[in-house]
Design a protein around this ligand. Structure first.
Ligand SMILES: *Cc1c(COP(=O)(O)O)cnc(C)c1O
Length: 236
């Protein structure tokens, strides 16, 4: 990659950091309490490394194969790595020991597989539960009405630790309030925190992407996942 490309990534991270700080302060929170995840899909190891050097807090990868390739190339060295994409049970084993957190745990069944693989490795895996907050047919995630019962099941697992919730809200209609789904997530997050379930922490609320991370922070997000805001448009 060219020096110019590197500078663009660095500048975009600086700009996003500034906007995150403003949104945090505007809602009475501290900028350092918001974690910036670089959603690195489709960006090669050099570009990921540029983001790491420019000071993102965490790298977030979507596909297991892509993660393994970049991991081998030491793209993420120096920063924690989160898995944020759709995860098939048979690929869980490749992530254990490499990722600090699996944000996209969309079912009790998947949590049980993670528990089993983490047990084999002798570790406890931090996870977030992905909530299908818009109840969309096309999306994975736990139905909001089933979240409590899912949490009670997952709390029994010794080798996973639930650290919070994650969501990818539906695309809002032009006349729709953008914060509707963020507010719903925030309410779920607060309700579950208040119940103080054993072995369940609610310290991470991962929501908000390039188009809406400031709104997400206003609604209580503690983790925002930025792709295009850092790397520019993806070319599929
Ligand atoms: C790609 C991706 C993002 C980032 O999307 P942008 O709109 O490019 O910021 C965030 N979260 C997940 C799960 C993603 O797959």
């Amino acid at each position: 990659m060219t020096e110019e490309e590197r500078k663009v990534i660095t500048d975009k991270i600086t700009e996003a950091r500034q906007r995150i700080a403003e949104a945090a302060i505007a809602s009475g929170r501290r900028p350092e309490d918001i974690t910036m995840v670089a959603a690195t899909k489709m960006n090669d190891a050099d570009r990921v490394r540029a983001a790491v050097e420019a000071g993102v807090d965490v790298c977030g990868e979507n596909r297991v194969q892509e993660l393994l390739e970049k991991y081998e190339q030491h793209a993420y060295d120096g920063k924690p790595l989160h898995f944020i994409g759709t995860l098939q049970s048979n690929k869980v084993k490749y992530l254990i020991g490499k990722v600090a957190m699996i944000e996209s745990v969309s079912s009790v069944k998947l949590a049980k597989v993670i528990d089993k693989e983490a047990a084999k490795a002798g570790i406890c895996q931090d996870i977030l539960l992905e909530v299908n907050i818009g109840r969309e047919e096309s999306k994975l995630g736990i139905d909001p009405d089933e979240l409590d019962s899912a949490i009670l099941e997952i709390a029994k697992l010794e080798h996973v630790h639930v650290r919070g919730l994650m969501a990818i809200p539906p695309k809002t209609q032009p006349n729709q309030e953008k914060t509707l789904y963020f507010d719903r997530m925030s309410q779920l997050f607060i309700d579950i925190s208040a119940k103080k379930y054993d072995n369940i922490s609610m310290d991470c609320l991962s929501m908000g992407m390039s188009a809406d991370y400031c709104e997400a922070i206003s609604c209580g997000a503690t983790i925002v996942r930025l792709g295009t805001a850092i790397f520019g448009a993806r070319h599929y």
